[in-house]
Design a protein around this ligand. Structure first.
Ligand SMILES: [Ca+2]
Ligand SMILES: [Ca+2]
Length: 489
């Protein structure tokens, strides 16, 4: 049920190429409007944030910062003296309480506040039912920047927090945007998301996955890094506001003609490329190496392992940061960001190879473990050793990509996702590779029997000469244990 204020008379706009009307390539029906003509923000229509922003952010966002003056919503930045709930500043954030719409045309006539993130956006909240996404019609910054972004959240099974994927584009207006009002619009349909500035399309994106109703939001943020960059004093922000003359939304009745638009960009959301099993599992196994890291003195590496880069070490497998123990009184290989370790086989191996290991990849947005079979490289060249995980005749290049994806690399397709696994826990993997065919299958689970995906490398390795393990991310710790490599004949 929409509140009475939202049940506006349906107004059908025929093609009229004027500012403040929807694009004239379609016929539209108005579904929402607030002209901000009252004495105060209509609390039947808008909800307001009533809380501080987290972390080091300087502000809270309070309802009273939303003020209507002369038919304009002013979202005022204030100095809070004394500080309110620990924050010396405040800004504002409102959203439509009940109004949500899938697709349509959304526009607002706005004037920027300097050193603010001037945001007019559509939000599809998290929780169920999904999807969870955000269309930033504009997160503009003074003096002239228009910033148009699409965010999409994917969820690992059982994880309450989504992983964020974004595509952003900025466009500079020919005038200072805190000088006067301009119209920021967005047309959103099944196929496209089109951003408009004063009626002119400035960005077109193929709709990646936004097919559910979203609400309308107006908010500001103090741009502390922009202040710092300009050496500007935050005290100048007291009283600065983002001003909105009106917000309107429309639903498309019908298309009238093909619009003339800039070329549409594509944004690939991560997806799994399915692959059938490719490597025959039958055959006699010959062990090439096995390692449980128990024979190493903590802080050192066991015999046979070499430092590729930085400081890979062996350490006690302790339950920390919520990480479960793989086993009591166990040692494991520890890889900090950039750490790289490798171990060579006694001789080169062609054909099929089986690699089993336990791996722990930290949760979060950092990338994780890279597993590679090494080709030939010059061991007397320190630089060559450091980069041996990707130089020379390398083989399968398998990576615990950030955000729960397992990926492999090909020069044509770059990182290709072949499976998803939950991070932040020990997991058991078994890779079966055919290095001369350039294919692999991956099995996982306690018994290593569950086929979860595989890939085609598009290049073939003459021979595998060893394995490399590297933490490819920038944060967290990767652990590896119980590594066994076998040849299959
Ligand atoms: Ca107005
Ligand atoms: Ca161990």
């Amino acid at each position: 049920m929409r509140s009475a204020t939202l049940c506006l008379t349906a107004v059908v706009f025929l093609a009229m190429p004027a500012l403040g009307t929807p694009p004239d390539h379609a016929e539209w029906e108005q579904t929402f409007a607030d002209e901000f003509d009252g004495d105060s923000v209509n609390s039947d229509v808008w909800a307001s944030q009533h809380s501080i922003r987290g972390g080091e952010k300087p502000e809270g966002r309070w309802p009273e910062n939303n003020v209507i003056e002369d038919g304009v919503l002013r979202q005022i930045t204030k100095r809070e003296d004394p500080p309110r709930e620990g924050k010396e500043w405040s800004t504002a954030h409102i959203w439509t309480k009940e109004f949500m719409q899938k697709y349509g045309y959304f526009e607002a006539r706005m004037r920027y506040g300097r050193y603010l993130n001037n945001a007019f956006w559509l939000w599809r909240p998290g929780g169920n039912p999904r999807p969870h996404f955000e269309i930033d019609i504009n997160e503009g910054h003074t003096p002239r920047q228009v910033a148009m972004t699409f965010h999409f959240y994917t969820y690992e099974e059982g994880q309450p927090r989504g992983d964020l994927w974004s595509t952003s584009r900025t466009w500079d207006a020919p005038v200072d945007l805190d000088e006067d009002f301009h119209i920021y619009g967005c047309e959103w349909n099944e196929k496209l998301i089109i951003w408009y500035f004063d009626g002119k399309p400035v960005r077109v994106l193929e709709n990646p996955n936004a097919h559910a109703p979203a609400d309308i939001r107006l908010s500001t943020v103090i741009m502390t890094h922009q202040l710092a960059k300009d050496g500007a004093d935050i005290t100048g922000l007291d009283g600065v506001s983002m001003d909105t003359d009106w917000v309107r939304a429309y639903r498309k009745v019908k298309d009238l003609r093909e619009p003339t638009l800039p070329e549409a960009e594509r944004f690939e959301l991560p997806r799994i490329v399915e692959q059938d099993r490719q490597v025959d599992l039958t055959g006699e196994r010959t062990e090439l190496m096995t390692e449980d890291f128990e024979g190493a003195q903590a802080g050192l590496l066991p015999d046979g392992w070499q430092v590729g880069d930085r400081e890979p070490t062996v350490e006690a497998d302790t339950a920390s940061d919520g990480k479960p123990l793989l086993a009591e009184e166990n040692q494991a290989l520890r890889l900090g960001p950039g750490d790289y370790v490798f171990r060579l086989f006694e001789g080169p191996v062609t054909g099929r190879v089986e690699i089993e290991l336990n791996a722990y990849n930290p949760p979060g947005r950092s990338e994780g473990l890279l597993l590679v079979t090494l080709g030939d490289f010059d061991q007397s060249d320190a630089e060559g050793v450091k980069t041996s995980y990707y130089t020379g005749d390398i083989g399968p290049y398998i990576h615990w990509y950030y955000r729960g994806f397992l990926s492999y690399y090909t020069e044509t397709d770059k990182w290709t996702h072949f499976a998803r696994r939950t991070r932040g826990t020990w997991d058991h993997f078994r890779f079966v590779l055919d290095v001369s065919q350039g294919v692999f299958d991956c099995y996982a689970g306690d018994s290593g029997a569950e086929f979860i995906g595989g890939g085609v490398f598009r290049h073939r390795q003459k021979a595998a000469r060893g394995i490399g393990l590297r933490h490819r991310g920038s944060k967290g710790t990767v652990y590896v244990d119980n590594v066994t490599v076998r040849r299959i004949d």
